[in-house]
Design a protein around this ligand. Structure first.
Ligand code: NAP
Length: 265
């Protein structure tokens, strides 16, 4: 196996053990990136790392951590520092949803989702930026959602709000980074065939039954292409583009009611 560990760019991907994150890892490996794959399920991460080493002769290492824990970003970053490699690309992909009315869902699960979807993403971005700005190159791909375009998502209220946060943050960040050589697009997938709906209790909602689901591979390919070509917004798939426009143009009360209906089982 060829050792490219000192010459290849390095991508750190959170939530790489399944779905969109695993496919993003495959996309970067195919482009010659070395990888650090982070999530909780170590055996999944190790299997993927072995596959990428075998298929692309890439150097892939894994970090098993609960990234929804307080201070997880700092701990992960400190761990990377010990490897003394610069992170060229950060993919903030780890995220969960939680279906149900706010009054009915477990309070600690809500707090964990908010830390994972917002705090981790923000803190890792903040930690990655100084090095990237100093080197005048780098990319941060924030996985938001079409949900972030919507005024509100009754039945998944906090999840929709976390993605609106990611979208707002990333829009502003892309503006702040103009001319620095560092890019930060937001990837905004619509419903995608991953473990997301089952994990968050959204399987069986009309959203996942009625709307066409995209394959994670196509979503990942669009995201990585968008990042590497300097885009600031990536909405994969024509149907999702229509939904995005609809979400922005429709009266807020109508879009809120429609989302409420779609998020019912
Ligand atoms: N699927 C969709 O319909 C859809 C639509 C729009 C946006 N998105 C967004 O896409 C991103 C990826 O989701 P996906 O669809 O690929 O779902 P997925 O298959 O469930 O993948 C989620 C990833 O996040 C990781 N993760 C979850 N909780 C974690 C924790 N506490 N600590 C560390 N890692 C954790 C999971 O790994 P472990 O369980 O091994 O920790 C997994 O690798 C998310 O940000 C999601 O909001 C998904």
């Amino acid at each position: 196996m060829r050792d490219r560990s000192n010459t290849s760019p390095l991508a750190l991907i959170t939530g790489a053990s399944s779905g969109i994150g695993a496919e993003i890892a495959r996309e970067f490996a195919a482009r010659g990136y070395d990888l650090i794959l982070a999530a909780r399920r170590i055996e999944r991460l190790e299997r993927l790392a072995a596959e990428l080493r075998h298929t692309h002769s890439t150097s892939a290492s894994v970090v098993a951590a609960d990234l929804s824990a307080a201070g997880a970003a700092r701990e992960l970053w400190a761990m990377l520092g010990q490897g003394a490699r610069e992170v060229d690309v950060l993919v903030n992909n780890a995220g969960v949803g939680l279906a149900g009315n706010l009054a009915d869902i477990d309070a600690e699960s809500v707090a964990r989702m908010m830390r994972l979807n917002m705090e981790l993403l923000t803190s890792l971005t903040r930690l990655a930026l100084p090095g990237m700005l100093q080197r005048r190159r780098g990319g941060i791909l924030n996985v938001a959602s079409l949900a972030g375009f919507q005024p509100a998502g009754p039945g998944m209220a906090v999840y929709y709000a976390t993605k609106a946060y990611v979208l707002s943050l990333t829009r502003a960040l892309a503006f702040e980074l103009r001319g620095t050589g560092v890019t930060a697009p937001a990837l905004r997938p619509g419903p995608t065939r991953t473990e997301f709906d089952a994990v968050g209790g959204a399987a069986g909602t009309r959203l996942f039954r009625w709307l066409p689901l995209m394959e994670p591979r196509a979503v990942a390919a669009a995201g990585v292409r968008g990042l590497l070509t300097g885009r600031t917004v990536v909405v994969p798939g024509w149907f999702n583009k229509l939904l995005a426009i609809g979400g922005e143009l429709a009266p807020r009360s109508l879009a809120t009611a429609l989302n409420g209906a779609l998020l019912r089982k």
